[in-house]
Design a protein around this ligand. Structure first.
Ligand code: PGA
Length: 256
């Protein structure tokens, strides 16, 4: 059985003080809901204070990105060794990093590999753009992205990999993929590619999240889809009430 996950991607929101206030407000609400993994991914600068604020809880921390290299002359960047001991998870390949920071499929692969090599669990984000969707290229794009991202990642390492399908046209737009659309890509393309690459057992054991305008109002209908194992949530994760609600909805939707 795959353990569901609800991960909040805060993007460039919340100061250190706001992040700590969120942690204080949410910890008694969602601590102990161990049937689902709960992860928050604040900005890098808030990670040490968040780690301290969440000590003694079962709420995990994630970073929003990591560099492809362990060290070097890469002004402004953060590497996997720097994140070691600070976070459990790291998002790689988020569409905003692909779009604004020029992250390529090959970079996503390098980031996932360096994360794994340093004991960090990558949440590999992927998904098609609006143009690709309208041109009927969704399946081909998603198949290419997932295979490229996992190139050279071993079967044993897959136990520490999480995938997030996030159609770009649904991110921050309020326009989510219908549960049927999301299920069709996650089950019919992403999990199918995993089965092809690693066999059915690993494909069935790997968690695949949906992301893109997930919120309390649509969380249940997405989470009841058999292949959707959780959410990578932007906007709706910034609010203590809505993030808590989504975790509760996910637990109920999966019958846990
Ligand atoms: P959104 O963002 O929930 O605000 O659409 C999701 C994401 O980008 O991970």
């Amino acid at each position: 059985m795959r353990k569901p996950m609800m991960a909040g991607n805060w993007k460039m929101h919340k100061t250190i003080a706001e992040a700590v206030a969120f942690a204080e407000a949410i910890k008694n609400r969602i601590n102990g809901l161990v049937s689902i993994d709960r992860v928050v991914c604040p900005a890098y600068v808030a990670l040490p204070a968040m780690k301290q604020a969440l000590t003694g809880t079962d709420i995990a921390l994630g970073a929003q990105d990591v560099h492809t290299q362990a060290q070097g002359a890469y002004t402004s960047c953060i590497s996997a060794p720097m994140l070691q001991g600070l976070v459990d998870y790291v998002i790689v390949g988020h569409s905003e990093t692909r779009q604004y920071l020029g992250v390529t499929d090959a970079d996503v692969n390098q980031k996932a590999k360096i994360a794994l090599a340093h004991g960090l669990k990558p949440i590999i984000a992927m998904g098609e753009s609006l143009e690709q969707n309208e041109a009927g290229q969704t399946e081909a794009v998603c198949d290419r992205q997932i295979r490229a991202a996992l190139d050279g990642i071993t079967s044993a390492q897959m136990a520490n990999v999480v995938i997030a399908y996030e159609p770009i046209w649904a991110i921050g737009t309020g326009k989510n993929a219908t549960p049927e659309q999301a299920q069709a890509i996650i089950g019919g393309v992403v999990r199918k590619a995993l089965a092809d690459l690693y066999g059915e057992e690993i494909a069935q054991a790997t968690r695949i999240l949906y992301g893109g305008s997930m919120k309390p109002a649509n969380c249940h209908e997405l989470m009841v889809q058999p292949d959707i194992d959780g959410g990578l949530v932007g906007g709706a994760s910034l609010d203590v009430e809505s993030f808590t609600e989504m975790i509760e909805i996910a637990i109920q939707a999966k019958g846990l």
